[in-house]
Write a protein that binds this ligand. Sequence first.
Ligand code: LLP
Length: 437
Amino acid sequence: YGTQTINEQGHLIIGGADSVELAKTYGTPLFVYDIQLFRERAKAFQQTFEQAEIGYQVAYASKAFSTVAIYQVAAEENLSLDVVSAGELYTAVQAGFPVEKIHFHGNNKSIEELQMAFEVGIGCIVVDNFHEIELVKKLAEQLEQPMNILLRVTPGIEAHTHDYITTGQEDSKFGFDLKNGQADRAFQQTYTHDYLKVMGLHCHIGSQIFDTGAFQLAAEKLIQKMAGWKKEVGYVCTVLNLGGGFGIRYTREDKPLEPAVYVEQMIETVKQATKISGYPIPEIWIEPGRSLIGDAGTTLYTIGSIKEIPDTKKYAAVDGGMSDNIRPALYGAKYSSLVANKANAEVTEQYTIAGKCCESGDKLIEHAELTAVEAGDLLSVFCTGAYGYSMASNYNRIARPAVIFVEDGVPQLVVKRETNEDLVKQDLPYSRKAVKK
Ligand code: LLP
């Protein structure tokens, strides 16, 4: 998982740094990111487009992990950025991310959020619905400011890991349907507008997808739609955004393709579909989140209590849990782990790795195959880089972990560990006296 190694003391090494030392210095739970790996993943996507000599943007879907530091690295790697809220946009602007490469997503952007997008001069707004068309038009007219838009559509394809289904009826809170003419109406309402520039279409068909078929089908459908508009009114869209969703390897059972393969197949399909319809090849944009940052992240926990259910199982509890990784509880997500301070020791036991939250369902891993553990051991859980920290909460008033980036063996703190003082920062006292007045 990622690029970890083991040193002669049997310690897990992440990005060249000794995990035992990291835990000592920064405490646990700790998110450790191997930033070199993030850079490599970005380059793999970009190089595939470049080799095919096709216009592209690779936008990091920052909902997977959004902090000032990762936005800085994303900018260094010439990535574009997908943001979905004022908070993500604000963080990106704080990080100095080039605004013209930011794309704004979301199915219910507020007028304030859209205004912020205009004010910072965002690269494009991915318009999701008719209400938003009105808001964007109003702002563009008031501010007399042009804005690039993509229209998000639901192509009627749902992809889940291994397979996908084509649904005749689209049921999604996102986007304009293709089937009942919503996309056509959205196009008609925008393409002649004085300030709006319809760059093209967007779709996102799911997450943790392992095969390329669903992306190919989506590309075909969207190109057909764009070719239809060209025929009807002579308008040519220049961008086809196929979203994210490329799968990664959380456990041995997962067998995703190399990132480049998804892109190669997409390019091939776009070339064929445009040839058939006589349409100029558009730029292809993608929005990987998990496949850029997922396996770059490892969580380090300290093991505490160990409990045996006679003849049944053993629980080993860690000092974090669903408060820093909600995915097992929420989706039944599976992870792999290793005892990081005894990384070479023989695997002899099976544990259920429990968190410390007051919920029976707070289990990070069932059937973790590990060497025998005791209190004080360090557990590494792999591939927690995406949707771990970004979905973390203060449930049970547990402070959020620290985050460090490691590159060439050098660790840097990029998000401080929350403190108990942080937890009460927003709280105000309640006064019964004020009510009586
Ligand atoms: N683009 C759009 C419009 C999206 O909605 C998403 C993810 C992505 C790109 C990036 O998808 P990725 O490449 O990371 O799969 N919290 C869930 C995943 C929800 C993803 C939502 N949208 C999880 O932990 O698995």
